[in-house]
Each structure stands twice: as C-alpha cells, then as structure tokens.
Write a protein that binds this ligand. Structure first.
Ligand SMILES: [Zn+2]
Ligand SMILES: [Zn+2]
Length: 208
C-alpha cells in the first residue's frame, strides 16, 4: 500500500511537470498563430528566352520577399507557390531583363532586374495580392511601411500618414481581407522562425 502511494505521488508529480511543460508551450504559441496561414500563389512571366538556371535565380529574391511578408504578418501571410515561365509577358509579375523603368500597376506588373529584390517585390505583391495602395506619394510618408517604400512592415492606425481621408492604414486594409490576421502586427513573434520554402514550378521553353 505504501509503495502504491509512493508511485502515485511520483506519477502525480510527473503529471504536473508535464502539464507545466504543455501549458508553457501553449503560452509560447498562443500569441503567435491564429489558425491557418494565407499562402499566396504568384505567376511570374519572363519575356526573354531564359535558361533554367536564370529562372531559378529569380526565386531567391522571391523567397526573401516571402520571408519579409511572413515576419510582417506574424507568420500569417507568405508566398506558397510560384509559377515561372519564360518567353511570356502575361505574368502577374511580368519580368524582362531589359525593363528599367518604374514598375506600376496592380495586374501584370512590369519588372526588371533593378526591382527584383525583396522590398520592391513585397511592395508590388502588396498591390497584386493584398489590395494595398501606394503610401509614398504624400509627405511625410507613413513610417515603417513597405507601401511607403521605407521599410518591411505595414503601417497601422496612429502611425498612418498616407491617404488618410478615405483610405485606411495598410494593416486595417489587410484585416478587411485577411480576417485571421492578428489585430496588430507583432514582428517579435516570428523571431527565429522562417517562411516555408516556396514550391516552384518552372516552365522553361525555347533554346536556352
Ligand atoms: Zn506601388
Ligand atoms: Zn499608411
């Protein structure tokens, strides 16, 4: 009888210890994810005949942009899939090795090598997929906002300086379409975490 009691006491202690670990883990994650993340699909066309290696090289900055999006949204939005095709101009992002003007638009956005880096990509994806507007035209611009092209975050209420009268801040706008996003962007929550690798499909036509 004595032994049984000792065993059960030990069992209770270990159960409590397990519960503590579980609840600590729950606490650590409860402030992070709120349900399934939103994964974006992007179609990138490349005007010229590009080699497989050239097409794959375009993925790295897209992965970096995905990482930035991931951190700016508490892990809730990132790029899931990319379709890359050469010798076409109909992509959502329409890349040309010769394009060197400023990309603009919300569909079939023309882009060149000078714009193919994480911040510009994140900004253009903001138009393309997240229904966000430019925030850099009115000065002073919103601080720490990728749509104002000065950072990798999204402006929010109180900090918003852009088109205040009829356009909400980026975060409010995002939450209109992406309801599972947290009320506030909390970058710290995704520290040390990474966006999953993009699942790419490459369609390489032509001679190269
Ligand atoms: Zn823009
Ligand atoms: Zn703003």
């Amino acid at each position: 009888m004595k032994n049984v009691r000792a065993v059960s006491a030990a069992a209770i202690v270990s159960m409590i210890a397990t519960l503590c670990v579980v609840s600590a883990a729950a606490l650590a994650t409860s402030t992070r994810a709120r349900g399934r993340p939103y994964t974006l699909r992007i179609y990138v066309s490349v005007k010229q005949d590009a080699s497989g290696e050239q097409l794959r090289a375009l993925l790295r900055p897209l992965q970096a942009a995905s990482e930035r999006l991931y951190h700016a949204t508490g892990g809730m939005i990132y790029i899931g899939r990319v379709l890359l095709r050469d010798r076409r101009t109909d992509g959502e992002l329409a890349f040309s090795y010769r394009f060197n003007r400023t990309p603009h638009g919300a569909r079939n956005i023309p882009m060149g090598p000078a714009h193919w880096w994480d911040r510009t990509l994140m900004h253009e994806i903001g138009h393309l997929k997240l229904a966000l507007w430019d925030e850099y035209r009115r000065k002073p611009t919103c601080p720490r906002c990728v749509m104002a092209l000065n950072s990798y975050g999204f402006c929010h209420k109180g900090k918003h300086r852009g088109h205040t009268r009829w356009r909400p801040d980026c975060w409010t706008r995002l939450r209109q379409f992406y309801r599972r996003l947290p009320r506030y962007a909390q970058r710290a929550r995704t520290r040390g975490e990474h966006a999953p690798p993009i699942r790419a499909r490459i369609v390489n036509t032509g001679q190269k």
